[in-house]
Structure formats: structure tokens, C-alpha cells
Design a binder for this molecule. Sequence first.
Ligand code: GAR
Length: 192
Amino acid sequence: KKRIAIFASGSGSNAQRIMEHFKRSHDAEVSIVLTNNPEAYVLQRADNFEIPSHVFTRHEFYHTADVVNLLMNLQVDIIVLAGFMWLIPENLLKAFPNKIINIHPALLPKYGGKGMYGDHVHKAVLANEEEESGITIHFVNEHFDEGEIIHQSRFRINKGDDLEMIKFKGQQLEHLHYPKVVESLLKRMKSL
Ligand code: GAR
């Protein structure tokens, strides 16, 4: 079985969909959920699926090999960022080349970069009176929201759509596509 690690900082609704998707899979499993936030609701979600979780500090993440070692020991095949709000350090990128992916609630390269996350993205999209927005799934590199794009899908913004509506439309697409993209990437990867 291929092993998936999920990183999330908050609610974890995408993590939830991925845990659900692979729950009955014979090919892959979510092996661990990691977070920088001890209060993150994603920890509860992981518990509900009886999936182990791990909380780390800023110091551990950026100045020790703890997280890398944990993931290497688990022989993780793919690292899925699902609402994870910290930049991935170089030691982790080096240890898992082309194996770390992220989801972003906009059509990158538009509305990406530092500070562009969650509601900030949708507010900017609204303020610019965009007629469409969407989601992007991409490989992770040393910059926020850069790296090769793997998947995009888009939705229309109608007159009168408010922040909640735009957020909802984006989330629907994220929940639909993220598990499938993880699955197809795992299929493409040669076993280690
Ligand atoms: C998602 O919409 C994801 O695209 C976004 O955070 C949300 C997490 O929701 N990620 C970013 O903005 C990354 N720059 P969730 O915790 O319910 O999955």
C-alpha cells in the first residue's frame, strides 16, 4: 500500500475527503496527519478515522530533522498539504522531491503568494470583480503557491455572489478533485 501523509493547519475539510476516499482503498492509505496547530479541528477528524496524528512546533519544523525523520520512517509516498499555512523547509523538499503537493483556492498564478490564503484570496477575487475563479493543485517548491501545476478547475462568479458563495463554490471543487488527483499521482509514481 502507498502511504499518504496529510499536513493541515485548520479545519481539515479537504483532509476529511481524502481520508474518506482512501478508507476502503487497497492501494493506498492515509498513514498520518501532521499539524503545526494543536487546536486544529483536523486532529479530531483524524481521530474519527483512527488515523495517527502528530503536532510539531515551529522550532521542530524549521530547525530539526524530526518531521523529515518521522516521514522517512513511515516510508511516506506522497505528502499532501491541505490548508497547511507554513512554508515547507528545504530539508523536507529535498527528502521528498516531487512528492509534495498543495491545493490553493484560486487560479494560480493569480491570487497566490505570501498572505494569500483562505478568505484573503476570495476577498481579493471579489474586490477585483473577477468573472471566474477556481482551484489549483500544484507541486510544492520553496516559495508559497509556486511549483508545477497539476490540476486546475474553475467556476463562474455570478452577479451577487458573496464571499460565502465563492468560498462554497471553491470548496466543492476542492473536495471533488483533491482525492482524485492524489490517487492518480500515486498511480503514476513508481513504487519505491
Ligand atoms: C482550502 O480552501 C485550501 O485551498 C486553502 O485553505 C483551505 C483549507 O480548508 N489553502 C490555502 O489557502 C493555501 N495557500 P480545509 O482546512 O477545510 O481543508
